[in-house]
Design a protein around this ligand. Sequence first.
Ligand code: TRP
Ligand code: ZN
Length: 499
Amino acid sequence: MHRRFFAPGVLAAASVLLAIPASAASSAPGASGIGDPYYPAYGNGGYDVSHYDLRLKYQPATDRLEGTATLLARTTEDLSRFNLDFLLDVGEVQVNGAKASFATSGEHELEITPKKALAKGSHVTIVIRYSGVPSGEKAYGFTSWHRTADGGVAANEPEAAWWWFPSNDHPLDKATYDVSVQVPDGTQAISNGTLQSTTSRLGWTRYNWRSNKPQATYLATLAVGKFDITTGRSESGIPVVNAYSKDLGDNDGAARASIERTGEIADWLAEYFGPYPFNALGGYVPNTNTGYALETQTRPFYSPRQFAAGSNTQVVVHELAHQWYGDLVSVSGWKDIWINEGFARYAQWLWSEHEGEGTAQEIADYVYATRAADDPFWTVRPGDPGPDNQFHIAVYDRGALALQALRNEIGDEDFFAILKGWTQKYAYGNASVGDFRAYAEQVSGQSLGSLFDTWLFEPSKPVAATARSASISRESVAPAQPKSWRKIAATNDVHDHGH
Ligand code: TRP
Ligand code: ZN
């Protein structure tokens, strides 16, 4: 994928030409990226958002989205200017109650210059009025907005926010959300968290959603369309709200037979990962023609196609596992994607075991035995796969294999203590692959450097002796294909969705 970046020297040269007010001689523009080496232009520097309040109106007939975003932030530097990431048309910006000037640059930058420079450590309220047709916008040649027959959906990873709200678009800057969307009566707006209220007036219904725990920008979602909404509670008491497009056709029954098990599956996962971390739960299936799912916080996005072969609890397990591994504890940088995908895939292996369709050990042995040494699978390093291989199958399968190797090395007691303890240690925050290794070493009291190198970082297949010493594929005969194998493989669609 081609991305366009500014050379730092060009930016520095441009900024010295700007008139700097005497009162803020030390202030400078915030960086146009948060500093993620995989995606240098994603997120921004100089501030941290604590809350997004989005008051929107959406017209399904024209795909027009308009409204006001109010962001509460705190500066982390003296700022003469700062950026947000956004693609729609901005009409007006206010910073701390005063009109600010703004301009666009790069693929998705909105540059905001407040009347007065902002001092480090101050609270800032940013109000942005905007409108646009999300399906008409592309960045780097792709779109994350999925138009449907009766509306539209924002869901993608790592980028989905640009098409519907201005943000500091990187998992390092988590915030709470109030998402309020007005749609024509008879149409529903689905988002994360709890539905606080709905009000109807003059042919329009407003849905007020609240996500009250820190949430990464890519985990915020909006879906507008005609949905059938079901509500319930898991046995442990978590309120569940699911939404099914009214047009799912033949996939409707299988989608419901899978997603209606959300409460049961979340309660089961809590036994491994600790208490469910949010106050809302569910899933939604819009009538898109996409083939992947996404762990949008509290309410994963599923695609109708995932239910074309019948019920698919494996995909529900995967997305719900991410509520702990990905959402509660988010990546520090996109290189840490194993922290999400390796664990969500391992949860699928545990579900296979629970269903009597093959143990995690059997699936790990099968992966090791069936991937030949010259398979490019082994050249991908799940611990730092590079942006082009971020969602390569190796991040999932080799990533989960690494967890089985770790489990065999340190034993079940420490391994399962780590799976649970990790989500508490970094709850509502961010962590890296290095942090996981350090935590596993602390809990197990073992030095695990070479185990992590072998399974997550070496660009080659571990030799048989190494595998045997990690109790992987001890038998000389190739293991039979585990019963769950095809069902798990059917959740792999993301690997060819391509931007
Ligand atoms: N995190 C998603 C999952 O594992 C996969 C994913 C990667 C994805 N890239 C995506 C989903 C882009 C949607 C769009 O379920
Ligand atoms: Zn995943």
